[in-house]
Design a binder for this molecule. Structure first.
Ligand code: PRX
Length: 632
């Protein structure tokens, strides 16, 4: 049923060429391997100026039949999801493909019973437990659009996202274990639901056994509801271009963008990229350590692996609990073959020392992967030597929430790797670099802004409720090109290295944060007058958050003030957005037109205040001297 994988460098080159010359034929072949209720009439129509991109037009399908039903005959008893608890004294749970299918069907009926209909938006604010994957798939089965909100976000972030998409159901849990802490998800949800008039029903899973409030008429228990429904549920017939999900990501303005992905293209691309990048073989145990609250979890914990009939591990906990050997213990105990994580995790575990690695047998590993941020050479070599025993190809996968799937990466053991380089685009991905003047850079050994000049099946279709912003953000910088927001260089062999964001988005511990989002949260503090956020190099997190803050009145104890400002950021955005350093200043370097010159602040925050470049356009250059002197 599945297509053969690309097996050597020459066939990669041939496939790549074919995918550029005959993209429609190329993707049609891949799409033919899925279960369709009706095949498409036309493979592709596109116009990047509107933008309007459609794949497999006229096709009808349900993605869950491809994730679940079609596997039942051959691998009904194979483990689909291997769940590992945060708590070492709690048993793990295995769900076979047929068990997962049954749970998804039942929960689909629960959703319908609670009023969910095709096209509704359903918000999921859940711990990393199998029920999260079940709820995601159940939404897809009934044709509702899932909007998963990472369980580390605040009540305010949750209600903003619920309101933006006008969700009518919220699925949550009493709490989420995270190392030795519990995040009180239902309390946070209750606070959020005070401001979400669209929510009719809240379905609550018991996970941590925490005390919670149940509002009668609105809140129902997951378990009670599951006992009342039938185990059969026919999958809704969906059009190829119907939306599958919304996932929020930070942008250059304060308001997060609800990135919308549609069904068929996302399905075809996540399966294709999963099998080829990781060189997945039937029977492999695969583990991606991300959270389903991020795109990596959507595409490479849930959809890609299940579409491929793989066994996917879901881990509830954190890498350092109960100690920094947790990842490697899980690898040993579950004989993990493919391991996919973030550079931040690698750096932090490296820093803990080899005594947490050597006790474990890591010989089951065949392929290692990284995602979310650039991996520095040191961390790459440590990963290669100490985890991979210099015997496992490392795939450095560059992609984005908006791209839906991996775009630039080596294919494990098939195409060459190069430390700190994402290397070559996948077949079907036409990457290019654009210079300062908007001209495409030809040839090799060049550096510019990274764009994609032809549609690929899993590209985002819009920003929920704001198509103008979608066009402005991604399609207006350069004509007929998707602009990624990243800078990159292409070396003498045509290999890509991502050099970092070129806009106002920061990548901190592999998470996307908008400077404006943090600034407006800090500005809410009563004594704060104005803030400027920049990133600075951080040994573990890749980038840290550096805040320059102007206060109305002189602060008493600056450390108390710093803590209070960060507490407010945690409350408004979430703990991931807290500043690592807060410097109080009396002014910010602004141009005469009032624009903050972040370039200067970035240099100072990076400890490079000697080479500030041209400061002559500043309204008041003396402010720079003061900031330099006070830098942390
Ligand atoms: O800057 C790039 C960085 O993460 C951004 C996308 O963030 P997000 O939408 O949250 O998705 C993260 C997981 C796919 C990109 O614009 N990024 C992602 N992967 C890499 C990377 N930077 C360098 N190397 C990577 N492998």
């Amino acid at each position: 049923m599945q297509e053969k994988k690309i097996k050597d460098f020459n066939s990669y080159k041939k496939e790549y060429e074919r995918s550029v010359k005959f993209p429609e034929k190329f993707w049609e072949e891949k799409a033919n391997n899925f279960l369709w209720k009706k095949k498409w009439d036309k493979v592709l129509s596109w116009d990047f100026t509107k933008p309007d991109v459609k794949w497999f037009i006229g096709g009808q399908l349900n993605i869950t039949e491809n994730c679940l039903d079609r596997h039942l005959e051959k691998r009904g008893s194979q483990i689909a999801i291997k769940w590992i608890s945060n708590n070492t004294d709690e048993p793990n749970r295995d769900l076979s493909y047929s068990q997962l299918h049954k749970e998804v069907c039942k929960f689909s009926n629960v959703l319908k019973k609670n009023g969910a209909k095709k096209g509704d938006r359903i918000c999921l604010y859940m711990p990393m437990v199998p029920e999260l994957a079940i709820a995601v798939l159940a939404c897809a089965r009934i044709g509702a659009i899932h909007s998963v909100v990472f369980a580390g976000f605040s009540a305010k972030s949750l209600s903003d996202r619920i309101n933006d998409a006008n969700c009518n159901i919220l699925i949550t849990a009493d709490g989420a274990f995270r190392g030795d802490k519990i995040t009180p998800l239902k309390h946070i949800s209750d606070e959020a639901m005070q401001n979400t008039p669209s929510i009719d029903k809240c379905i609550v899973l018991k996970s941590t056994n925490s005390d919670i409030n149940i509002k009668s008429g609105r809140d129902v228990w997951w378990k009670d509801e599951m006992e009342k429904v039938d185990k059969n549920c026919t999958a809704e017939t969906m059009d190829s271009e119907d939306p599958l999900f919304i996932l929020y990501t930070s942008g250059s303005t304060g308001k997060p963008k609800g990135i919308v992905h549609s069904i068929a293209g996302y399905m075809v691309y996540t399966e294709f990229s999963f099998r080829n990048v990781f060189q997945y073989n039937e029977g492999d145990v695969y583990w991606c350590t991300a959270d389903i609250g991020w795109i990596t979890g959507h595409s490479y914990i849930v959809y890609g692996p299940l579409l491929s009939g793989a066994t996917t591990i879901m881990f509830e906990g954190v890498p350092t609990y109960p100690d920094a050997g947790r990842f490697w213990k899980i690898v040993e105990e579950n004989k993990v073959n493919i391991f996919y994580t973030a550079p931040t995790a690698i750096r932090s575990l490296e820093a803990k020392g080899m005594e947490f690695v050597t006790p474990y047998d890591l010989s089951s590993l065949k392929v290692l992967g990284t995602v979310g941020e650039p991996i520095n050479e040191d961390a790459w070599h440590w990963y290669d030597k100490e985890i991979g025993n210099e015997n496992c190809p490392i795939v450095d996968t560059w992609w984005q929430t908006e791209t839906g799937g991996i775009m630039i990466s080596n294919l494990a053991g098939v195409t060459p790797s190069k430390p700190s380089f994402a290397t070559l685009p996948l077949p079907g991905i036409q990457a290019c670099l654009i210079d300062e003047n908007g001209k495409e850079l030809e040839g090799n050994s060049v550096e510019g802004k990274l764009c994609i000049e032809f549609p690929w099946p899993s590209m985002a279709r819009t920003i929920y409720g704001d198509h103008n912003r979608f066009r402005e953000t991604y399609f207006s910088a350069f004509k007929n090109k998707y602009f990624t927001g990243d800078g990159a260089l292409r070396d003498e062999n045509g290999m890509y290295k991502i050099t970092g964001r070129v806009d106002d988005v920061l990548i901190v511990s592999g998470h996307n944060l908008g400077t404006a989002e943090i600034e407006s949260a800090m500005d809410e503090y009563e004594n704060v007058c104005e803030t400027a956020i920049v990133s600075f190099p951080h040994a573990i997190k890749g980038n840290g958050v550096y805040a320059f803050v102007i206060c109305h009145e002189e602060a008493g104890n600056p450390d108390v003030l710093r803590k209070e400002i960060n507490d407010l950021v945690t409350k408004i955005v979430g703990p991931i957005a807290k500043a690592d350093k807060i410097q109080f200043v009396s002014g910010l370097p602004k141009t005469r037109s009032g624009k903050i010159m972040r370039r200067i602040l970035r240099k100072i925050a990076s400890g490079d205040s000697e080479n500030l470049g041209d400061t002559s356009t500043l309204l008041d250059p003396s402010v720079v001297e003061e900031i330099k002197l006070g830098s942390l």
